[in-house]
Design a protein around this ligand. Structure first.
Ligand code: AMP
Ligand code: SF4
Length: 497
């Protein structure tokens, strides 16, 4: 497991910076990336369907860039993949290489100019770049680049990566990328198209997932393997942490860049974010979630009448919980399928209302019963409070809340929106206090050990657990305006576990 001595603890970092949470609150990104090199296929349509499968990773904007050997064409827009791309648009995107992106962000930075891929024209040609993850030193890099005369059109860190690559002046994109990554710290799963090449890379810590597949004489890369199933591609393997994959008319080449002793794969991908039908590092996500539910039942034996999942994210864990405890599973909480993910609403007030639009319990099933509600996580506590309240009003005798992950007490800076620290209920409430705050008769979390053990295909020291334990694999650089910071102070310390 992660040791305290080799990582930076949240409290230590926040003492260095001022207003840690708010400074970063506009940096959050959750995204999905997809890339294809297949001269014989309609690459735009394959990317379209790939992005469809990754839609859960971002619903705010999407884009596809297609390279035909001479130039790169791009189309991007705000909204869902199905809203942005029509037949005519896809017909106009003809080529042999494509990269695509779906994006979700939490703030006003959700403008079209921030949609990806980013298309860049530079001295060595064109590149279209799509990125999932968050860099932790974007501000400093951007400041340094701007001081050197660079001009940025967006506020996203992906443009900083593209700018760094362009500035290296290297003829080959992979060489430019190898130079650029010496400067960037944090999480990045990248797919880049040039006129003739598809390049994919996962950061040395491997925070965000990225996998490689093959399809009809071509290659595909995707944030999640579920996209391969959608387009009939076969999963070959994960892109390794720190690995650069280059695909062109000479075939596939792999370049391994230096990596720390252990990867830091985001455990939250298994808890909540990834699709259950995806496989990450050899571990199917649904099976991991069911195992989390079984362990939750082992850790907290219970005396109740019904196990009720909070749809959709709580279903696999509730299934495992029911199997292990022997208590019957009841789908007594109904989800309105036409409402998007609750957290897509940017303001707290809207979020609270959205929960009741989205979920409704079945009174006839729960009246007079002792129920165990099972969800994957409690972040702000808004959803769980609303749901507990709904079940009380529906006549449940006792309402217990089971969570198939530990309390989320620290913010994420590596690409998942887990909110500012002040909004995380576990940052200021004990389990008992949280239980009271959400109005439940009992609140039971899965232990960190139980969560990690449930993902049994991945070694236990290969995870980032920072939002649960506050130990950040890469230090978040000191905050404040970069102009006021010495260059040394702005350098992030790479974890040397
Ligand atoms: P809340 O505690 O109200 O903030 O929301 C918890 C619910 O949101 C749970 O049902 C989770 O499935 C879901 N959730 C999990 N992770 C996130 C996240 N990163 N952002 C927003 N909601 C999330
Ligand atoms: Fe994932 Fe949490 Fe680490 Fe962020 S802090 S990368 S959400 S495990």
């Amino acid at each position: 497991m992660h040791g305290k001595e080799d990582k930076m603890k949240y409290g230590e970092m926040s003492q260095q910076g001022n207003d840690f949470n708010n400074e970063f609150s506009d940096w959050k990104e959750e995204c999905g990336v997809f890339g294809i090199y297949a001269p014989n296929l309609d690459v735009a349509r394959y990317t379209y369907f790939g992005l469809y499968a990754l839609q859960h990773r971002g619903q705010e904007s999407a884009g596809i860039a297609v390279a035909d050997g001479e130039k790169i064409m791009i189309h991007k827009g705000m909204g869902l993949v199905s809203q942005i791309f029509g037949r005519k648009t896809l017909d106009g995107l003809q080529g042999k290489i494509a990269v695509g992106h779906v994006r979700y962000s939490t703030t006003g930075a959700s403008m079209l100019m921030n949609a990806q891929p980013i298309l860049v024209n530079y001295s060595r040609g064109m590149m279209a770049l799509a990125h999932n993850g968050n860099l932790v030193n974007t501000r400093q890099l951007r400041y340094e680049l701007e001081e050197g005369g660079a001009i940025f059109q967006s506020t996203i860190d992906s443009e900083v990566i593209a700018s760094l690559i362009a500035r290296t002046g290297k003829q080959k994109i992979e060489e430019g990328l190898m130079e650029a990554i010496k400067h960037i710290k944090g999480a990045y799963a990248l797919v880049i198209a040039t006129e003739n090449k598809l390049v994919a890379m996962r950061d040395p810590h491997g925070w965000r997932p990225l996998c490689l597949g093959k399809v009809d004489g071509g290659y595909v890369v995707s944030s999640e393997s579920c996209a391969f199933d959608t387009i009939g591609a076969e999963l070959i393997r994960e892109v390794k942490p720190g690995e650069i994959i280059v695909i062109d008319d000479e075939g596939l080449k792999s370049i391994q860049t230096p990596v720390p002793d252990h990867p830091s794969l985001c455990v939250f991908e298994f808890v909540y974010f990834a699709r259950p039908d995806s496989t990450i590092d050899g571990q199917n996500v649904q099976l991991a979630r069911e195992a989390m539910g079984r362990r939750l039942a082992q850790e907290h034996p219970t005396d109740i009448d019904l196990v009720i999942p909070v749809p959709d994210s709580g279903i696999p864990a509730a299934l495992g919980f029911s199997q292990e405890s022997g208590v019957p599973l009841s789908m007594a909480l109904i989800k309105n399928r036409y409402v998007g993910r609750t957290f897509i609403q940017p303001e707290q007030k809207m979020r609270e209302r959205a929960v009741s639009v989205k979920l409704n319990p079945i009174r006839a099933l729960v009246e007079g019963k002792r129920v165990a509600l099972v969800d994957d996580s409690i972040v702000r506590g808004t959803t769980s409070k609303k749901i507990v309240d709904m079940f009380r009003r529906a006549g449940a005798k006792e309402v217990h809340f089971y969570v198939s992950s530990p309390p989320v007490a620290y913010p994420c800076f590596y690409g998942i929106d887990t909110s500012a620290r002040s909004e995380l209920i576990a940052s200021s409430h004990s389990v008992e206090e949280t239980c009271k705050a959400i109005g439940a008769d009992g609140l039971y979390y899965l232990s960190t050990e139980g969560m990690v053990a449930a993902i049994n295909e991945v070694p236990s020291n290969h995870f980032c657990l920072a939002c649960f334990d506050g130990h950040y694999p890469v230090e978040i650089p000191r905050l404040g305006h970069p102009q006021k910071l010495g260059i040394e102070e702005t350098r992030a310390k790479v974890d040397t576990r």
